[in-house]
Design a protein around this ligand. Structure first.
Ligand code: S3P
Length: 209
């Protein structure tokens, strides 16, 4: 296990992150390789927690496939998440999100970034706890607001009061993220590679892995 991880780490170091990501993501072996952890590693957390950025880097370090559930949904539907919310409403989006989650977890996608609201449904949480290693990327409301404030693509953060909306959503969801996750890593303001190191350490030190 350590040999493969070290190899991937050195590969990333020698090429630089962006180049290594692009190169490995376009390799066909990478697209089918399972991670050494066997179950999918699923990143949960609030909007702006860094799930996609961290997930992409984590997958490269593991030498395996990364998917972002929201991007997959957008590709399939041919419209943005914001347009889905506008045309069909949040409830239909949540149905689509749950169906896709079940599909991707059962397909054993190696590293999966989810939308921030995926923990809202019991069925999603049960599926994740039973079938995946769930990592909660935790950040405080101020950092989340700083990271998302210029972004207009998130329908739940539209409007002038995004800061209190984030606080409200975080208060509602933090217990759900805590409950569903097998480990928690603070994203705070630390570099992505350090977050990835902490995820790997925590997953490796779990007795059950
Ligand atoms: C949502 C988060 C978004 C996206 C949708 C709803 C949420 O994903 O799924 O806008 O309810 O928190 P990100 O967490 O990737 O922004």
């Amino acid at each position: 296990m350590d040999g493969w991880l070290n190899f991937c780490g050195k590969f990333v170091e020698s090429l630089g992150h962006e180049k290594a990501c692009n190169m490995l993501e376009s390799s066909s072996e990478m697209s089918t390789r399972q991670s050494i952890f066997e179950r999918p590693i699923v990143l949960v957390g609030m909007m702006g927690a860094g799930k996609s950025t961290v997930g992409r880097r984590l997958a490269v370090r593991l030498g395996c496939r990364f998917m972002d559930a929201d991007r997959v949904l957008e590709e399939r539907m041919g419209v943005s998440i914001a347009t889905m919310f506008d045309l069909e409403g949040e409830a239909v989006f949540r149905d689509r999100e749950s169906a896709l989650l079940a599909e991707l977890v059962n397909q054993n996608v190696a590293v999966l970034a989810t939308g921030g609201g995926v923990v809202l449904r019991d069925t999603n949480r049960t599926l994740l706890q039973d079938r995946a290693w769930v990592v909660y990327l935790r950040a405080n409301a101020i950092d989340l607001w700083i990271r998302t404030r210029r972004d207009t693509s998130r329908p739940l953060l539209r409007g002038s009061d995004a800061r209190s909306r984030i606080t409200e959503l975080l208060t509602q969801r933090a217990p759900l993220y805590e409950a569903v996750s097998h480990c928690t890593v603070d994203t705070g303001r630390q570099p992505v590679e350090r977050v990835v190191d902490q995820i790997l350490q925590q997953l490796q030190s779990r007795e059950s892995i």
